[in-house]
Write a protein that binds this ligand. Structure first.
Ligand code: ASP
Ligand code: MG
Length: 409
C-alpha cells in the first residue's frame, strides 16, 4: 500500500473538462490499495483575477493583507469542491478539505505565510474511510483561525509539507511542463529536461526565478527528505526527480541550469552617510515590512563627503511598499536621492559543480560580453552566479549562456 500526495497546479485544473480529466487520470493510475491525497491550486488564472479585483479598490491591496488572504483563499476552495464532485461523479469516494481542515497551521504573516505545524489527523481519518482526500493548496490558518496564504505558487509547499507530515511514499507535482529544464523552454529552444536534480540545486534554481517550483516547497522536501517528482499533467513523460543525491549516471554538466527573473527592480539610495549602522537602518526598515532584498552593493561615492550609495534589488511586486519606506528612510538619513530602475532582469547559472571552479564565472561573463550584454550588478552564492542586466537583453543573455554551458551535441 502506498500513500501518495499528488499536486495539480492551476493550469492543470483550468476548466471543468480539465478537472474531469485529472479525476479520470488519477483513477486510471491508482492501484486498488493506494491512498491518494490531492493538493490543488485555484483554477487557471483565478488568483490573478482575484488580485485584479482587489486592485480595483486600491492599487496596493496588499496593505489589507488579512483581507487579501480572505479573498485569495477562495480560489482553491472552488477547485477542491469541483474536483471532489468529479471523483464522486465517477463513483469514487472523495472529500474536499480546506487547508485549515487538513490541519495546516501557519504563522500570521498574511499573504506570505509559513507553515509552522501540520496536524493531519482528519486527512488520515478520511483516507481510512476509503476517500481520495482533496486538499486546498496555498492556505492554512494561524493561531486565531484566520486564513493565511503561503505566497504565490504556495500550493507546491502545501503538497510537499503535507507529504512530509503524512510520511507519504512520494510527492508528485503535476504541472504544464514535463519536468525541470536547463532553462525556460519558452525562451531557450535547446533547453534539456533533467532526469534528476538535487534539492540544493533546485532550491537555487527556484530562488533565482525558475518558476516550476516554489522555493519553500523544495526546502520542505529537503527537510523531510521526500523525493519530489515533477511530471506533466498532459503527458506520461518521465519528468524530473528532485532528491538529495544523484542516483543515475547523467552526463556531467558543471552547470545544471540557467535561471532568470524578469520581475526584479533595482533600487538605489544615493548619498547616504558612510558610517556604521546605515545599512542596518535601510534594510531593517525593509525587513519589517517583509520586503526581501536580494543583490546588495555598496559603493564609495565620495570620500571627501564620506557618503556612499546603497544599491540593491527587490521583487517588483514589493515596489510600492519599498518605495514608501525608502522615501521615509532616505529623508531621515539625508540621502541625496532614491532611484528606481524597473527595466532590469536577473540571469543566473546554478550548479553544485561550480564550487571551486573559478573558470565558470569567467565563461558566463565571456558569453554575455560576446553577445553584447552589459552587466550591471553581479552576485554569487556557493552554487550560483547571478548578473543583473537590462530587461531588453534577457533573451539574448539566456541563449548565449545556455549555448556556452550546454553546447549542442
Ligand atoms: N493559486 C496560487 C497562485 O496562483 C497558489 C498556487 O497556484 O500554487 O499563486
Ligand atoms: Mg505553480
Amino acid at each position: 500500500m502506498a500513500l501518495i500526495v499528488k499536486k495539480f497546479g492551476g493550469s492543470s485544473v483550468g476548466s471543468i473538462e480539465k478537472i474531469q480529466n485529472v479525476a479520470k487520470r488519477i483513477l486510471n493510475e491508482k492501484k486498488p490499495d493506494d491512498q491518494i491525497v490531492m493538493v490543488v491550486s485555484a483554477m487557471g488564472d483565478t488568483t490573478d483575477d482575484l488580485i485584479a479585483l482587489a486592485k480595483g479598490i486600491d492599487s496596493d491591496p496588499y496593505r489589507y493583507d488579512r483581507e487579501m488572504d480572505m479573498l485569495l483563499a477562495t480560489g482553491e476552495q472552488v477547485s477542491i469542491a469541483l474536483l471532489t464532485m468529479a471523483f464522486r461523479a465517477l463513483g469514487q469516494k472523495a472529500i474536499s478539505l480546506t487547508g485549515p481542515l487538513a490541519g495546516m497551521k501557519t504563522n500570521s504573516v498574511h499573504t506570505k505565510g509559513k507553515i509552522v505545524d501540520i496536524q493531519p489527523q482528519r486527512v488520515l481519518d478520511e483516507l481510512k474511510e476509503g476517500n481520495i482526500v482533496v486538499v486546498a493548496g496555498f492556505q492554512g490558518a494561524d493561531a486565531l483561525g484566520d486564513p493565511v496564504t503561503l505566497g504565490r505558487g504556495g500550493s507546491d509547499t502545501s503538497a510537499v509539507a503535507l507529504a512530509g507530515a503524512l510520511k507519504a511514499d512520494s510527492c508528485e507535482i503535476f504541472t504544464d511542463v514535463d519536468g525541470v529544464y536547463s532553462a525556460d523552454p519558452r525562451i531557450e529552444p535547446d533547453a534539456r529536461r533533467m532526469k534528476e536534480i538535487t534539492y540544493d540545486e533546485m532550491l537555487e534554481m527556484a530562488r533565482l526565478g525558475a518558476g516550476v517550483m516554489q522555493p519553500r516547497s523544495v526546502e520542505m522536501g529537503k527537510h523531510f527528505n521526500i523525493p519530489i517528482h515533477v511530471r506533466s499533467t498532459f503527458t506520461n513523460k518521465p519528468g524530473t526527480m528532485i532528491r538529495g543525491e544523484y542516483t543515475m549516471e547523467e552526463k556531467d554538466f558543471v552547470i545544471r541550469g540557467v535561471a532568470h527573473d524578469a520581475k526584479v527592480t533595482k533600487l538605489a539610495v544615493l548619498g547616504v552617510p558612510n558610517t556604521p549602522g546605515i545599512a542596518h537602518s535601510i534594510f531593517s526598515a525593509l525587513a519589517e515590512a517583509h520586503v526581501d532584498v536580494d543583490m546588495i552593493v555598496q559603493s564609495i561615492r565620495n570620500i571627501e563627503k564620506n557618503i556612499t550609495d546603497m544599491v540593491f534589488t527587490i521583487a517588483s511586486d514589493d515596489l510600492p511598499r519599498a518605495r514608501e519606506i525608502l522615501d521615509r528612510v532616505a529623508n531621515e538619513l539625508n540621502a541625496v536621492a532614491v532611484l528606481v530602475e524597473e527595466d532590469v532582469a536577473k540571469v543566473s547559472i546554478v550548479g553544485a559543480g561550480m564550487l571551486g571552479s573559478p573558470g565558470i564565472a569567467a565563461r558566463m561573463f565571456g558569453a554575455l560580453g560576446s553577445a553584447g550584454v552589459n552587466i550591471d550588478v553581479i552576485s554569487t552564492s556557493e552554487i550560483s552566479i547571478s548578473c543583473l542586466i537590462k530587461s531588453a537583453d534577457m533573451q539574448k543573455a539566456i541563449n548565449a549562456i545556455h549555448a556556452e554551458f550546454f553546447p549542442k551535441k
